[in-house]
Design a protein around this ligand. Structure first.
Ligand SMILES: NC(=O)C1=CN([C@@H]2O[C@H](COP(=O)(O)OP(=O)(O)OC[C@H]3O[C@@H](n4cnc5c(N)ncnc54)[C@H](OP(=O)(O)O)[C@@H]3O)[C@@H](O)[C@H]2O)C=CC1
Ligand SMILES: O=CCCC(=O)O
Length: 308
């Protein structure tokens, strides 16, 4: 059930209008929750047909990021990667051109700190406020409104956007300066990518030595290394099924960005570096659009066939 508009906002004369740019797996579910909560939502996506469902549910159709940002008080962006986030914010018909004093831009995409800082600079130069707010939690938490927001940037925009975060999520952290939200997200996803690779390696080894993979999942689930992610994905992984929630190509992007962040502070990250090679191999073998749990397939790939 959709979370209702908070009473404090209902008492105001006009609810802020919300723009949402990027209707992929996450953006669609997040924008839908804002719409279901009763907000005035304008949606835009590069592939315009992805707007149709939300428009039929009551959203307004944005023409460009610029027009969407110009029409709305606060605009959210949920794009695939740094290049997409910069294009949509700062490109020819980018959101920045529609922003100005009194408006806010909240980028919830997973990008690196430098990208986030560049977008922040362009947004603030327009007179608008900026917040980075990448999320922890995948497709189901996005649908259920139980994401975790890792925000940093203009504190007054954080306060204004809080009711929207509370519709889309179960918790929110304000981490100070722009770059800290991106850094937190990359640290978390670097750990997650390594955990998934390690789990996959263990399942593959267990199977090779004659253990029942379903029993391995059960045993892991009852001990000190139990993790919600293993319990959720393990049963489908052992059937060779990877229903897409978080694309493997996005997980590899996050490890790549985390490695660059580590390089900036001269920290050796041998685990993540090795795991990155595995994700690159899986991507080269055509698994990029599968859920990232398809990384288990990489252990059975012929190294000669994967060419990265
Ligand atoms: N899926 C998940 O579980 C989670 C994902 N994330 C992060 O959230 C972000 C979005 O993820 P998700 O929704 O799964 O990704 P999807 O691949 O499903 O969607 C990506 C979106 O980005 C758009 N896009 C990409 N490049 C451009 C560009 N150059 N110009 C305009 N639009 C562009 C796509 O448009 P089009 O439809 O036209 O291709 C699409 O709307 C990523 O940064 C990801 O790492 C964070 C937490 C969880
Ligand atoms: O970036 C993707 C994160 C997925 C998750 O937190 O479950």
């Amino acid at each position: 059930m959709a979370k209702p508009v908070p009473a404090s906002l209902e008492r105001e004369q006009r609810l802020p209008s919300i723009g949402f740019l990027g209707l992929g797996t996450m953006g669609t579910a997040m924008a839908r929750n804002l719409l279901k909560a009763g907000y005035d939502v304008t949606v835009w996506n590069r592939t315009t047909s992805k707007c149709d469902a939300l428009v039929s549910e009551g959203a307004k159709r944005g023409v460009t990021p610029k027009q969407t940002a110009a029409a709305c008080d606060i605009t959210f962006a949920m794009l695939a990667d740094p290049a997409g986030a910069v294009d949509v914010a700062c490109g020819e018909d980018g959101a920045v051109k529609g922003l100005g004093q009194g408006k806010g831009y909240v980028d919830v995409s997973t990008v690196d700190g430098d990208t986030s800082k560049a977008i922040c600079k362009a947004v603030q130069a327009s007179g608008a406020e900026f917040l980075e707010a990448p999320v922890s939690g995948s497709k189901k938490p996005a649908e259920d409104g139980t994401l975790i927001f890792l925000t940093a940037g203009d504190k007054s925009l954080y306060d204004k956007a809080a009711p929207f975060f509370d519709v889309m999520g179960k918790s929110r952290f304000y981490l100070g300066e722009v770059g800290n939200g991106a850094a937190m997200k990359l640290v978390v996803n670097m750990i997650m990518g390594s955990m998934m690779a390690s789990f996959s390696e263990g399942l593959t080894l267990g199977k090779k030595v004659g253990l029942d993979p379903a029993t391995i999942v059960q045993v892991v689930g009852q001990g000190a290394i139990a993790a919600p992610m293993f319990a959720l994905k393990g049963p489908s992984m052992i059937k060779g099924s990877y229903p897409p929630a978080f694309a493997l190509k996005h997980q590899q992007k996050d490890i790549r960005l985390a490695l660059a962040m580590a390089e900036d502070v001269a920290l050796p990250t041998p685990v993540a570096a090795s795991v990155n090679e595995l994700y690159k191999r899986a991507k080269a073998a055509g698994l990029g659009d599968q859920d990232f749990s398809a990384i288990i397939e990489a252990f059975e790939l012929d190294p000669k066939q994967s060419n990265h």
